[in-house]
Write a protein that binds this ligand. Structure first.
Ligand code: PLP
Length: 394
């Protein structure tokens, strides 16, 4: 059977996160849900805001069903794109054009479409480790080579000396994910200014465009700090936005790509986005969801539970002796493991039914990711187990 072996291999090998998520399901059936402490997957625990469900209900009741459920333009409904453009202008004081916005099925689609739009065979795409493991799959499928640059230990901001070394005459893009999965780190304005200046210098040096692909599913999930809007600092930017986490809609698959109007040849870049969407079959994102988010562009998530969980978990773990990366955003805590081998630590944690994800798959050894978009009582009940776990190392 002549099939694509690479695809078969990808399909057979689940991501480590999904592996643990599946293990959790089995364990729940065996010993009861209340005895399993699954901190593996970033499925928002806060329900979608009422206004979202009410908007959907109203659209179903009142909008002409043929129009509501029919195809929109390939790049998305114009009215929806206009609403998003106005929102970008109002929120970030940055000129946005609906004709540079492309509606997608979430950040995963935004990333694959953007990568396929700009990458040619042999190009290199830089990712800042630790990084969302699917980047490797997306980048390689687009025909580029993934180049990892580890962030600074401690605060997980960009290590500029390492980044500068990694940029070559083949670099086509760098994926920036702030707030970050898995560290929760947010790149400061100072970091983004430095990044823009380095990339501008390298573009001049090599005489070619280098794009920032800004992967922003966690933009709205920040606690004390603010998240700089990258198109304001760097021209060749494609924003990959998703409503999965901000509006707790991960299963509905809705997001968008915004090509900065200041990108060189922005019209051509947008045409390539439309072409990549077309060639990948990512045209006309789900229409009900498009119309819904179009009416909810200004809606912000209620962060009460996530903030409470973050504080409870990060303060308690620090008290017990764990080293925790300062969690400024998203809903993940990145914790240094008390032994070098994060897999061994995760196995030991399993004895307590604590299900954690080793950092290795994110390109960063010696850490685990703890996802705190769970019910607070799960954390409260897990805390003594985290304490007992680190006691084993004392
Ligand atoms: N990018 C990052 C950093 C993520 O953590 C995720 C999902 O967890 C995605 C992209 C994919 O998001 P979506 O559900 O919008 O496709």
């Amino acid at each position: 059977m002549m099939i694509n072996e690479k695809m078969a291999a990808l399909g057979k090998k689940r991501s480590v996160i999904r592996e643990i998520f599946e293990y959790a399901k089995i364990r729940r059936a065996e010993i009861g849900a209340e005895n399993v402490f699954d901190f593996s997957i970033g499925n928002p625990s806060v329900p979608t805001p009422k206004r979202v469900t009410e908007t959907m209900e109203r659209l179903i009741r009142e909008k002409d069903p043929v129009a509501l459920h029919g195809y929109t333009s390939a790049q998305g409904d114009l009215g929806v794109r206009q609403a998003i453009a106005e929102h970008i202008e109002g929120k970030f004081d940055f000129k946005a054009d609906p004709n540079l916005i492309y509606m997608t099925c979430g950040a995963a689609a935004s990333l694959t479409v953007s990568l396929n739009a700009i990458v040619n065979a042999g190009d290199e795409v830089i990712v800042l480790a630790p990084f969302f493991p699917e980047y490797r799959v997306f980048v390689e499928k687009a025909g580029a080579r993934l180049i990892e640059v580890l962030c600074r230990e401690g605060d997980f901001q960009i290590d500029f000396a390492a980044l500068e070394k990694a940029i070559t005459d083949k670099t086509k893009a760098i994926i920036v994910n702030s707030p970050n999965n898995p560290t929760g780190a947010v790149f400061s304005e100072e970091t983004i200014i430095k990044l823009a200046s380095l990339l501008n210098k390298k573009q001049t040096e090599y005489g070619r465009d280098i794009y920032i692909i800004s992967d922003e599913p966690y933009r709205e999930l920040v606690y004390e700090v603010s998240v700089p809007y990258i198109p304001k600092y760097y021209n060749n930017t494609l924003v990959c936005y998703s409503y999965s986490k901000s509006l707790s809609l991960p299963g509905e698959r809705i997001g968008y790509i915004f090509v900065s109007p200041n990108a060189g040849n922005s019209g051509e870049v947008y045409a390539a986005v439309c072409g990549a969407g077309r060639s990948l079959g990512f045209v006309c994102a789900p229409s009900l969801l498009q119309y819904t988010v179009g009416e909810c562009v200004d809606l912000l998530p209620d962060l009460t539970v996530y903030r409470k969980n973050r504080d409870l978990l990060s303060h308690s773990l620090t008290d017990y002796g764990y080293t925790v990366v300062p969690p400024d955003g998203a809903f993940y805590l990145f914790v240094k493991t008390p032994e070098e081998d994060a897999y061994a630590f995760c196995e030991r944690a399993k004895k307590y039914e604590l299900l954690l994800v080793p950092g290795d798959d994110f390109g960063c050894k010696g850490y685990v990711r703890i996802c705190y978009c769970v019910e607070t009582k799960q954390i409260e009940r897990a805390l003594p187990k985290f304490k007992a776990l680190i006691e084993e190392y004392k």
